[in-house]
Design a protein. Structure first.
Length: 149
């Protein structure tokens, strides 16, 4: 398995979640800021987790642009999942589901339901328990990967 967690972040909270997920997935899983993604970044990657803060009810512009640029079928054979960070508002919008849709559109097999993680304010910090929730979500992804290997 070659797994990678691609994320965007404004204040570091989404990076923290990305790092928890990478640690839990293990096996040398690496994190990569979407700003540093190159054409070669997904070479040989067969597990891809993507995360973004919700900005204006949707993923960040950088994540949206990257997803739009993925050629159709380029993620065929890749197992994937998406998450976002968000403020606990009555109407907070969604980024994870939109990312998941984009990954599926590029050919990926989605192995877990999109997941949101809550921050206390715009700049964070993450709400109590959210890193633990991220570890549990990643553990679920790991079990799905083993079950469908
Ligand atoms: C420009 C901007 C727009 C935002 N829009 C939303 C939103 O629509 N819904 C929401 O729940 N949070 C929104 N937020 C709060 C972000 O979700 C929060 O800043 C983010 O989760 C923090 O993660 P980060 O440290 O990785 O950037 C917004 C934040 C910014 C800066």
């Amino acid at each position: 398995m070659r797994a990678r967690v691609v994320y965007d972040t404004n204040y570091g909270n989404t990076r923290t979640i990305a790092e928890v997920i990478a640690t839990e997935l293990g096996g040398g899983t690496t994190t990569l800021n979407v700003a540093d993604v190159t054409e070669a970044s997904l070479d040989g990657v067969d597990v891809l987790v993507v995360g973004s803060p919700i900005n204006g009810w949707r993923p960040t512009e950088k994540i949206q642009a990257w997803l739009r640029a993925l050629p159709a079928g380029s993620l065929t054979g890749v197992r994937a999942a998406a998450f976002d960070t968000r403020i606990k508002l009555f109407i907070h919008g969604d980024a994870a589901a939109k990312i998941s849709h984009g990954l599926h559109a590029a050919g990926a097999t989605i192995v877990a339901k999109p997941q949101g993680f809550v921050v206390v304010g715009t700049e964070g910090p993450l709400a109590p328990g959210e890193t633990g929730k991220a570890g549990a979500w990643a553990a679920f992804i790991g079990s799905e990967l083993r079950a469908t290997a």
